[in-house]
Design a protein around this ligand. Structure first.
Ligand SMILES: Nc1ncnc2c1ncn2[C@@H]1O[C@H](COP(=O)(O)OP(=O)(O)O)[C@@H](O)[C@H]1O
Ligand SMILES: [Mg+2]
Length: 305
């Protein structure tokens, strides 16, 4: 059976009385996976991460880590096995990388100086270990933050939008690092992002959240398959006969729903524009275009620009 490293059941949370920020969330993160937690800005990713880590108090539901329900003592034990990089890592900028790691090691148990060298090597910062952090790029700071979270050799690493604000080189370095950690040490990685392309490049599993609700959760392979499916689009038009002629000329199969609505299958969003142009060229008014497949509509909101 595939063991779950993080599992939530019916997780709910609201910052205010007026709305639910996390609603009935059922997260399933398999052991050994790179799990991409994907959602537009404000969808509840950071809130969920804070709930998992116990930095926010859940209002109902269950959080299980490493197969144990997260409360009291088991929580403390579990947290020792998690490395988290959320928000910008708090680093001493007037100290060098090695000194930062030594300070962080002092807060943890039994971290040898060999381990400090190892994590520096893992995040590819050995060359800069004597350099002051204030001279680091954002990507280097993120990697040093990751190195700190790796000190106690965690089984699970949680990263909240680790590539945010990084330049393209920094993004690639972080992506490679994540894959490496997973491959070499079998570390389970939970990573949030608002970019579909980022998750597709890095992850094995994905959960898509919007308005605090999980809309899709499966393997990245299954995600790609469902993305390949055709999109059904409803067009609200005025001149029914003229519109049908346009669709026939474009070689589009169609189903008329009513005299005002026609449903068409398209392969991507560019085709929608082509159809609108063709309809407008024949003076057919287009009042409304709606994409029927919610998942598809969701994907469109998760792409760059
Ligand atoms: N401290 C807070 N107080 C009140 N509302 C908050 C707070 N933090 C986040 N929110 C709201 O909760 C929702 C989810 O936010 P967040 O978890 O930060 O989303 P994401 O990380 O996906 O961008 C948003 O509507 C956001 O405005
Ligand atoms: Mg966030």
């Amino acid at each position: 059976m595939n063991q779950l490293i993080v599992e939530t059941q019916n997780l709910n949370f609201s910052y205010t009385k007026t709305r639910k920020d996390i609603e009935s969330l059922e997260l399933k993160v398999p052991k050994g996976s790179i799990y991409g937690f994907l959602g537009p800005n404000g969808s509840g990713k950071s809130t969920t991460i804070r709930l998992i880590l116990g930095l926010l108090k859940k209002q109902s539901g269950k959080v299980a880590l490493f197969g144990e329900t997260f409360d009291g003592k088991s929580r403390l034990r579990s947290l020792g096995e998690i490395g988290a990089l959320i928000e910008n890592p708090s680093l001493y900028s007037h100290l060098n990388a090695l000194e930062n790691l030594r300070i962080a090691a002092n807060y943890r148990q039994n971290i040898s100086s060999e381990r400090i060298d190892e994590v520096l090597k893992t995040v590819k910062l050995s060359y800069a270990k004597n350099k002051k952090v204030k001279a680091f790029s954002l990507g280097m700071k993120q990697r040093l933050g990751l190195a700190i979270s790796l000190l106690s050799n965690p089984e699970l690493i949680i990263l909240d939008e680790p590539t945010n604000g990084l330049d393209p080189k920094g993004i690639i370095e972080m992506r490679e690092l994540i894959k490496d950690l997973n491959k070499k040490f079998g570390t389970t990685i939970f990573i949030s992002s608002h970019l579909l392309s980022e998750i597709e490049k890095t992850c094995t599993h994905v959960g898509i959240i919007r308005n605090g609700k999980m809309l899709f959760q499966d393997t990245v392979k299954a995600l790609k398959e469902s993305k390949g499916k055709k999109i059904m689009v409803d067009f609200e038009i005025d001149k029914f006969i003229d519109a049908m002629t346009v669709f026939e000329n474009l070689g589009k199969e169609n189903t008329s729903l009513t005299n005002d609505f026609i449903q068409i299958e398209v392969k991507d969003k560019n085709e929608i524009t082509l159809i609108i142009d063709a309809l407008r060229a024949q003076k057919v008014a287009v009042y409304q275009v709606s994409i029927k497949n919610n998942l598809e509509e969701l994907f469109l909101s998760l792409t760059e620009n």
